[in-house]
Design a protein around this ligand. Sequence first.
Ligand SMILES: [Zn+2]
Length: 399
Amino acid sequence: MSMDLSASLVEKIKASVDRQRLLDTAVALVEVPSPTRSAGAVADRLAGLLQQDGFSVERPVADWPEAPAVAVRFKAGAPGRTLQFDGHLDTVHLPFVPPRVSEGILYGSGASDMKGGIAACVEALRVLRETSALPAGGLLLTAHDHHEGPWGDRRQLYALIDAGYVGDAVLLPEYLADRLPLAGRGMAIFEVTLRREGEPAHEVLRPYEEPNVLDTGAELVVRLRDLREQLRATAAPHAGCDAVFVGKIASGEIYNQHPVECRVHGTRRWVTPGTVEAVRADFYRRLEDLARASRTVITADFAVQGDAFHIEASDPLVAAFQAAHQAVTGRTLPPGGKPFVDDGNTFASRAGIPALTHGPDAKGAHTLQEWVPVDELIRLAQVYALTAVGYCASPKEGS
Ligand SMILES: [Zn+2]
C-alpha cells in the first residue's frame, strides 16, 4: 500500500497542532474528578469542549446511565476507511490530584491514564478538520467510563461496540510508547474457595478422616505450579507464554484449629486469541478433579479481564502508524508485546478490528504521581493525525 505522507503534509499537520489548545483541553479533563463508575461530569466536560469546537456530539448511554459515553464522527467526504480513537475517561480510585503544569510537565489524576491521551486525540481531530488533510474516510472518537478494575467491568465499552460505535481499526492512547505492541496475553483473575462441611474444631478433636481444606489449598498451589511449567510450552511471538500465578493463599485462624475454608487467589494468562472458554473450562476441570480427590467443595470466580490479542504486522493500520511515527520522530517503533490488558484486547475480540495501543511516554499510572510531558502529548496528536491520513486514504477491502 502507498504511504504517501509528503514532507509538506507532515509539516502542515505538525505545525497545526496547537500546544496551548491541547494543554488547555488536557487540564480541563484532569480537573474534573472521575473515579471509575463516576465519569459523568468529565464526559459532560469533554462533550462540551467538542460542541464548542463545532463537532456534532453523540451521547450513547451504552449500559451506563450514570455517565453516557461521548462519540464524534468526522467524515472527509470521500469513501475510505474509518479510524477510531478510543479512550477511557475514568481513573483509578485514589485521592484526587488536581492538574498542575510546571516546566513542560502536566501533573494530576488521569494525566497519564488517560486524559492526556484523550486530549491528544481531540487535538488530532481538530487538526484534521482544520487542515482538510484527511483525503477520504473518516474518524470516530469515543470516550467512556467503566474501564479501571476492579471498580469497572468494561460494560460501557461492550455496549458501545455492540451498538456499532466501531471503526475499521482503532488506536488507544494508553501510556505505552517504546514499542509497537503486536501481541498481548489474555488474562483472568481467579479466586478459588475450598470448603469442608462442619465447624472449626481443635486439631486433636477433629475426625481424622475429615477433609482438610488447608492441605487441599496447598495441593492446589502445587498443582498450579506444575501446570505453570507445562504452560511454558505454549508461546507466541511478542506475547510470551501461557502462565498461571498464585499471589495469595489464606486459611486458618490459629495454629491448632482445623479450619473450614481456604482461599487461593491468582491469575491465568494465555497467548492464543479466541481461547477464553477453553482456558476457563480447563481451569474448572482441574478444580473438579481436586475437589473429588480431596472431598472438599471447591468454587471459583474466574473473572476474564480480556482475551489474548494479536495484530498482523502486515495490517494497513501498522503500516500507516509506522509511516506516521517515522514522519514525526524520524524512526519507526520496534515490534513488541503489550504488557497489560487494555481495551484494545476487547476491540480485537469483540469487534474483530485491528487495535493498536500507543500513547504518551507518561509515568505514574495508578499512583498519586501521574505526569506526562506536554511535548509527548503534542507528538501523540501529530502521530495520530498522520496515521489517520495514511490509513483512511486507502479504500476498504472489498469496496
Ligand atoms: Zn488506562
